[in-house]
Design a protein around this ligand. Structure first.
Ligand code: SAH
Length: 280
């Protein structure tokens, strides 16, 4: 405790908590997940006047709108479900997809390897289904901006729908329906984050666009692609700390007499390569 300052800090925290509580009620138009006894998740977008039907049972959406996050509801024949606001990773895994999304384990790693921070200016390509974009938007916060390049109009539209359903009104996203290989319009950006097949074609543009000390990051499924992009980064002469990693996450089965790794895991998704731009 530091002198008289401690009580002020406590008041600030309690004000924050009560503000958050107001937000924790389900609203019309919000995405929720129904959780059954076995922990399986069923997504639903709440819409006043509609009825949720499940295996011959029903519940009006209006019985859920206005309830608290984590509430238990009973359907017409007695089945009970817990209703939750999905976490970002739960939402991503159940949302409609155009392009393949980046899995949460890799998104987590991208945020820390790419050092995405509040108020950062981030250029991203492509937007795909918007999974990574949502995590970037959250990390840069309202004072930051994500500028997302995407060549396919249908993916851009789907991604915007996905982002809006989870985030509501989004003021920190700019979408450019352009090929990033033709150039990056923004200068002095903090991070360039790429999830597309030929990131080496973007390296010269990233050099122009990134500020000194900025970070280039790309996510690639095969090591031959990694080798090509690393060569391009080295040949450009503008980057140091060129590093590549993959992220393996193994879940565990924990029961009374059986505590062991799960039998199945996602073995391979992609490699993350990062590099730091410096003045030469
Ligand atoms: N990271 C996304 C998935 C991206 S899939 C997610 O988590 O949901 C790759 C995307 O890059 C596709 O939408 C594809 O249309 C786009 N793309 C491929 N090449 C591109 C280019 N040169 N410029 C802009 N977008 C590109």
């Amino acid at each position: 405790m530091i002198g008289n300052e401690a009580p002020v800090t406590l008041i600030a925290i309690s004000a924050m908590l009560s503000y958050d509580n107001v937000d924790m009620k389900f609203a019309d138009g919000e995405r929720v997940h129904f959780i059954d006894r076995k922990g399986r998740q069923y997504p639903l977008t709440l819409c006043s006047g509609k009825v949720f039907q499940f295996s011959g049972e029903k519940i009006p959406h209006d019985d859920i709108i206005g309830q608290e996050d984590g509430t238990t509801v009973t359907l017409s024949r007695g089945s009970k479900f817990i209703v939750l606001k999905p976490t970002l990773s739960e939402y991503i895994l159940k949302m409609p997809r155009g392009a393949q999304v980046i899995y949460p384990k890799d998104i987590g790693m991208i945020l820390i390897s790419g050092d995405i921070y509040p108020a950062a200016r981030v250029v991203e390509a492509g937007i795909g289904s918007g999974a990574l974009t949502m995590a970037l938007l959250r990390a840069v916060g309202e004072r930051g901006v994500v500028i997302s390049y995407e060549i396919r109009e249908d993916f851009s539209k789907r991604a915007q729908e996905n982002i809006q359903l989870y985030n509501g009104k989004t003021n920190n996203l700019i979408i450019r329906e352009q090929d990033i290989c033709n150039g990056i319009g923004e200068e002095g950006v903090d991070r360039v984050i790429l999830d597309l097949p030929e990131p080496w074609r973007v390296v010269p543009h990233a050099v122009q666009s990134l500020r000194e000390g900025g970070i280039f990051l790309c996510y690639l499924p095969t090591i031959l692609q990694v080798s090509t992009v690393v060569r391009a980064l080295k040949e450009s002469g503008n980057f140091i700390h060129i590093e590549t990693s993959e992220t393996l996450v193994r879940t565990w089965h924990v029961e009374d007499n059986s505590v062991r790794p799960d039998h199945r895991m996602v073995a391979h998704t992609g490699f993350i390569t990062t590099a730091r731009k410096v003045a030469v």
